[in-house]
Design a binder for this molecule. Structure first.
Ligand code: MG
Length: 264
């Protein structure tokens, strides 16, 4: 079994550039998401953007995935394949992007609102994003991986949401999926210790209804079993001087969304 690959400070600085390119890609997409476009359109924009930045789309071809982005609409949890389906007012799209730059990957996800979404859905998005921050707070020397999942699970279940059990966050580095697995649920004090140089992707996948999911016949798209909406946010986090250093950022997305509101 593979073991955890800890990174040097120099390697983490290279990874920060990969992570930031993933963040910038999401920021570019944020200004494009609106009713009337397709997820395939966003996929093409992301492909061009990543190429223009001298990087490679890291999902494309990974386990034979056919596209640059995973775009999961409404009840789709993760791994949705971009299609010509037209996005409607009130939809949400969980958009996950992976890039490979200078030999290291960046991997980030954000759930975008298409037009105006219902207050219930807004609340799901808010809580899921907050749970990511709460998980990140557990990334420190002396804690264990299980502390991250425990914090996320407790926060979301207290608010009545389902925490997906089948899919995890993960270590990342020169490849997309390294040890350790980073579940969004778990027991306090369980799992591998959090040590200097660890780099992980934390990515809560939170359902408005039941926690259960299934995979569609396309063998990729994971959906909530009760058909209720699901949200997904992801950051890449390194341990530096015993504390979390978030390599990705939502600031590009937030800037773009602010601008959208002003222009609307
Ligand atoms: Mg990931």
């Amino acid at each position: 079994m593979a073991s955890i690959i800890y990174k040097t400070k120099d390697e983490i600085e290279i990874m920060r550039q990969s992570a930031l390119l993933a963040s910038k890609t999401l920021g570019m997409l944020a200004s494009e998401v609106r009713p009337g476009i397709s997820s395939l359109y966003l996929d093409k924009l992301a492909y061009e953007f990543i190429k223009d930045h001298h990087a490679k789309p890291a999902f494309l071809g990974l386990y034979d995935f056919p596209n640059t982005l995973c775009i999961s609409i409404n009840e789709q949890v993760v791994h949705g394949i971009p299609t010509n389906r037209i996005l409607k007012d009130g939809d949400i799209i969980s958009t996950d992007v992976g890039v490979m730059l200078n030999g290291f990957v960046g991997d980030q996800a954000y759930t975008f609102e298409v037009g105006e979404v219902s207050p219930e859905v807004k609340q799901l998005l808010k809580v899921t994003k907050e749970s990511l921050e709460i998980g990140i707070q557990q990334v420190k020397k002396g804690n264990r991986i299980g502390d991250i999942g425990h914090a996320i699970q407790t926060y979301c279940e207290k608010r009545g949401y389902g925490v997906v059990r089948e899919l995890f966050g993960h270590g990342l580095g020169r490849t997309m999926h390294e040890k350790p697995e980073v579940p969004n649920f778990g027991k306090r004090g369980s799992g591998p210790p959090i040590l200097e140089g660890l780099v992980i992707a934390i990515e809560p996948m939170i359902n408005m209804g039941r926690k259960n999911v299934k995979t569609l016949s396309d063998k990729w798209t994971v959906v909530s079993i009760d058909g209720k909406p699901s949200a997904h946010y992801e950051h890449n986090v390194a341990v530096i001087n015993g504390l979390p250093d978030v390599l990705t950022t939502f600031s590009y997305v937030e800037e773009a969304l602010k601008l959208n509101t002003i222009l609307a």
